[in-house]
Design a protein around this ligand. Structure first.
Ligand code: NAD
Length: 387
């Protein structure tokens, strides 16, 4: 019986290489058999660069007929994530889909339903969970080793030049389905809801302060209210140092990624003095937690393949990906209506569907410049928030 898992990758642009490298890391148990792109010459060039002997398709429907392919990795623009995921799952393929899971909650729900009716493994990409400092922080917060979280700061700080938005699908509500909140803060919001759960209410403001070829926001500031806790997020692509960080102020200490710990204790009059003993205790707990064998996309692919084989629970499933999209939609709704949005977002809400999103959101600018492809597919995946 064939035990090797056959892999197909749809979309051979910038992020596809991270998927290929991840599957190649596990070549004893899986084999990449097909690449697909509407520009097949891009797929052929990538196959050659990565040393792959694969079949190339321009139409994913043809590729889905293959019975020796069990997994489809979707590296496409957000606007087609749901369509291609659902078609793949209806062809009984397991699916790993890039972030953002889908542009609307209606599409997220349809993807989750497709995974259930076909009994396949479905995982939206959130590769930053698979980083040793994030896993360690999650363990420490879950165990309440430093007490409850009182205040979290989520700094999703990135930098992108004007021409970033010249790529045809970027900078539109219809195709990219959002600005820096959807495309960048999606990573940090996933980490936030994984570590803290979902908030009850969301307040937000957003703007486009520096990208004239995008309809969407390049800066958003939000506050998430939880019982006994507030979390604040800055989503930016105008931050030159890309100083991404997650900071948790707990009852006993400040814990953060990049890792840092500090603790205060009260003097007789309530003013602080350093609590070096608590900080040292927590530093030691952190240092003794296990390191991951595989990080980022390699880590997520390892978990995804193990889940397909029934050897591990899947860390990021459809409902987890949907939670992050619900936070993003709440940020958009709160920003536009200038009100506090209470979760969950119902099926009768305009922000439930893509059509609703597209008609509801303002155009900060009209997109005037468009290129089919950049000359290079080289990208960076963010500065290390996880040293
Ligand atoms: N996880 C991360 O850190 C990360 C980083 C970058 C991008 N992404 C995500 O990956 C996805 C792709 O981004 P990218 O930067 O690689 O984009 P890209 O434009 O470089 O690549 C997308 C590819 O899909 C192809 N394509 C478009 N529609 C198609 C269709 N219907 N059928 C077949 N091929 C089609 C395009 O020709 C292109 O080659 C996006 O959702 C993006 O948000 C994730």
């Amino acid at each position: 019986m064939e035990t090797t898992i056959g892999i197909a990758i749809v979309g051979t642009g910038a992020i596809a290489k991270s998927h290929i490298i991840a599957y190649q890391t596990f070549s004893e148990s899986c084999s990449i058999r097909a690449l697909c792109d509407i520009y097949p010459e891009k797929a052929k060039a990538l196959a050659s660069e990565m040393g792959l002997e694969v079949d190339v398709y321009a139409d994913y429907h043809e590729m889905l007929k293959r019975t020796d392919i069990q997994v489809v990795s979707i590296c496409l623009p957000p606007s087609v994530h749901a369509e291609v995921s659902i078609a793949s799952m209806d062809a009984k393929k397991h699916v790993l889909v890039e972030k953002p899971m889908a542009p609307s909650l209606a599409e997220c729900d349809a993807m989750i339903e497709a995974s259930q009716r076909n009994n396949v493994v479905f995982s939206p990409v959130a590769q930053n969970r698979f980083r040793t400092p994030m896993m360690r922080l999650k363990t420490m917060l879950d165990s309440k080793v430093a007490g409850n979280v009182l205040h979290a700061t989520i700094n999703s700080l990135w930098w992108r030049g004007q021409n970033y938005y010249d790529l045809w699908w970027r900078g539109t509500w219809e195709k990219e389905c959002g600005g820096c909140t959807t495309s960048h803060a999606v990573h940090q919001l996933d980490l936030m809801q994984w570590m803290l759960g979902m908030p009850q209410e969301v307040t937000a403001v957003m703007a486009n302060v520096g990208h004239d070829n995008s309809e969407c926001e390049d800066l958003a500031i939000a506050i998430f209210s939880y019982p006994g806790m507030l979390a604040q997020m800055t989503a930016s692509i105008v931050a030159h140092d890309e100083g991404q960080e997650l900071v948790f102020q707990t009852e006993q200490a400040r814990l953060s990624a990049p890792w840092n710990v500090a603790a205060s204790k009260a003097l007789e009059n309530g003013f602080p003095e350093d609590d070096a003993e608590t900080a040292a205790r927590l530093d030691s707990v952190y240092g003794q937690l296990p390191s991951l064998e595989a990080e980022r996309h390699v880590g997520q692919v390892k978990n995804f393949l193990a889940a397909i084989r029934g050897e591990e629970p899947l860390l990021i499933d459809g409902p987890q990906g949907r939670n992050t999209m619900e936070l993003i939609m709440a940020v958009y709704k709160a920003s536009v209506t200038k009100t506090t949005v209470r979760l969950p977002i119902g099926k009768d809400d305009p922000l439930y569907t893509r059509e609703g999103l597209v008609s509801f959101m303002p155009h900060f600018h009209e997109k005037k410049r468009s290129v089919e492809n950049f000359a290079t597919s080289e990208i960076t995946l963010g500065k290390d928030a996880v040293r």
